[in-house]
Design a binder for this molecule. Structure first.
Ligand SMILES: Cc1cc2nc3c(=O)[nH]c(=O)nc-3n(C[C@H](O)[C@H](O)[C@H](O)COP(=O)(O)OP(=O)(O)OC[C@H]3O[C@@H](n4cnc5c(N)ncnc54)[C@H](O)[C@@H]3O)c2cc1C
Length: 474
């Protein structure tokens, strides 16, 4: 007789682990099915030369006491259990010079007014609007309540251009373009304001990487008697009328549950569900949605004691490029940086000749191409941080194909479905589905990042738990 769970969670990335930890804390018998050998998805880490590197996850906002990410950590039972290092300032390298971007509303306002005294009014209007939208987010936020829609249907870019005619200031306000997949053209004001607002409240990074965060979540799930199964790729979801009966993995094993929570990208989960309830036009609509851009990540090991450490992540937005460059915090309190991380927007097109290949089975010309790209980016960074290049000991490059193959994200997209202020009804999803016991979470549902995924998973878990409670009563 196959084992039956209260909840089967499909995918063991950030949203799967957060949801599993929340639901198992409520005493529900949960099972996470993850296709890879390790959990973590886009925040998983890997080791090279004895050093742990993060694939995605650089930093996050609003993490201090009383702020929204901290409240979310509390609600997931993990507040205070992870080591977080505060980031006081970002830096922006723009066409006309370097700017300090304080991660604090008051300091940010003062700093910007000192750079652009004539733009004081515009800066105040900017911050008032960002705060109004950002403070609207709370643990009780419910994306089913559409009061936030008015901001979802406005353009972030048009908003920035409306507060100032000063091109230099407008460029500064786009400093975090990369955190939206360099897609501010389509980004809804709502998402820009919530993410920017969270970083202007406070910013932090996991000390020594996201590995310890994953471990905290996994331990909590296991302590609550939850089950985490890896190397379990869900291939089919079997329905009975408007219910999910079970799912079947690539090794033929079947998992039965009262409820199912999918954390997968909608373009991955929908084709796995065979049911007349999902009409052809709906399937085509989902398949036709655009995805946010992908990333090229270069993790660098630096020569020992050569590059001074600083905890000021740098956004370099020049020459038509958006590059993030920083020194990950090792927690060793050293004066010198051990590693550097570089992130730049990318897409699968330049890798078309390797589209049908699998990781570790790609030919040498793939590695040659990756190295060429890396060297080109090192030369770019060298212009702004002279001396960096000569202190590189070794480096490891992840391409959009790496992300596509390890996380299943279509086209290796970094942030899932492209959010578009002109298509709100198509690009935000409900956590409910046509199937009474199937719920959705993950970065494509509302918005991406630690904050977006935490909020969405919190909503999905609340809705799912209510469903279970109501079913028991009836
Ligand atoms: C390069 C990069 C940098 C980023 N930087 C930041 C940052 O600095 N700050 C921030 O807040 N956010 C950042 N993000 C975004 C953040 O990492 C994501 O929003 C978040 O991790 C997504 O979590 P998820 O659970 O929705 O998806 P995923 O992490 O993709 O999880 C999905 C999981 O499902 C598994 N899976 C897929 N198909 C199947 C299947 N058929 N059966 C079973 N399992 C399956 C995958 O292996 C994966 O583990 C970054 C993302 C990237 C790519």
């Amino acid at each position: 007789m196959p084992k039956k769970f209260d909840v089967v969670i499909i995918g063991g990335g950030l949203s799967g682990l957060l949801s599993a930890s929340a639901l198992s804390r409520k005493g529900l018998k949960i099972c996470v099915l993850e296709k890879n050998r390790d959990t973590g998805g886009m925040i998983q880490s890997f080791n090279r030369e004895g050093i742990s590197f993060d694939t995605g996850m650089n930093f996050f906002g609003a993490f201090e006491k009383g702020q929204i990410q901290n409240e979310l950590f509390k609600s997931f039972g993990i507040a205070g259990k992870t080591n977080i290092t505060k980031i006081s300032n970002f830096e922006l390298v723009a066409k006309n010079g370097k700017y300090k971007i304080p991660n604090n509303f008051e300091r940010f306002e003062k700093q910007l007014i000192s750079y652009f005294p004539k733009e004081k009014e515009g800066i105040k209007v900017f911050l008032k609007q960002i705060k109004e939208i950002f403070y609207h987010i709370s643990l009780e936020s419910d994306f089913e309540d559409l009061s936030f829609l008015q901001y979802y249907e406005k353009s972030a870019l048009k908003f920035i251009n409306s507060v100032t005619k000063n091109r230099e200031l407008a460029e500064l306000l786009k400093f975090n373009n990369l955190l939206f997949g360099s897609n501010l053209e389509t980004t809804p004001l709502y998402i820009y304001a919530v993410i920017t607002g969270s970083f202007l409240q406070s910013a932090g990074t996991f000390t020594n990487g996201s590995k310890q965060f994953i471990e905290v979540l996994e331990n909590q799930i296991l302590n609550n008697k939850g089950t985490i199964l890896t190397k379990k790729e869900v291939e089919k979801i079997i329905t009975k009328n408007d219910y999910i009966s079970h799912c079947v993995c690539n090794d033929g094993t079947a998992y039965f549950a009262d409820t199912f929570l999918s954390t997968l990208h909608p373009q991955n989960i929908i084709p796995k569900i065979q049911s007349p309830l999902l009409k052809t036009f709906y399937r085509k609509r989902i398949a036709g949605l655009s995805n946010s851009k992908a990333s090229l990540i270069i993790n660098v090991i630096l020569n020992k004691k050569t590059v001074l450490f600083d905890n000021k992540p740098k956004f370099i937005n020049t020459e038509g490029k958006s590059v993030l460059f920083y020194f990950p915090v090792s927690g060793k309190n050293e004066n010198y940086a051990g590693t550097a991380k570089i992130m730049i927007e990318d897409n699968v097109a330049p890798y078309s000749q390797w589209t049908d290949t699998k990781p570790n089975k790609r030919k040498d010309n793939y590695n040659l191409y990756k190295n060429e790209r890396a060297k080109e980016i090192f030369n770019f960074i060298e212009k702004y941080f002279p001396g960096f290049k000569e202190n590189i000991h070794n480096y490891f490059v992840s391409t959009p194909l790496t992300f596509r193959d390890y996380t299943g994200s279509p086209e290796g997209s970094s942030y899932g479905i492209l959010k578009d202020y002109t298509k709100s009804s198509e690009t935000i999803f409900s956590v409910n589905t046509k199937f009474k016991n199937l719920f959705l979470t993950g970065q494509s549902i509302n918005f991406h990042g630690l904050l977006g995924v935490s909020i969405t998973s919190s909503i999905a878990c609340t809705v799912l738990t209510k469903y279970i409670t109501n079913r028991k009563i009836n």
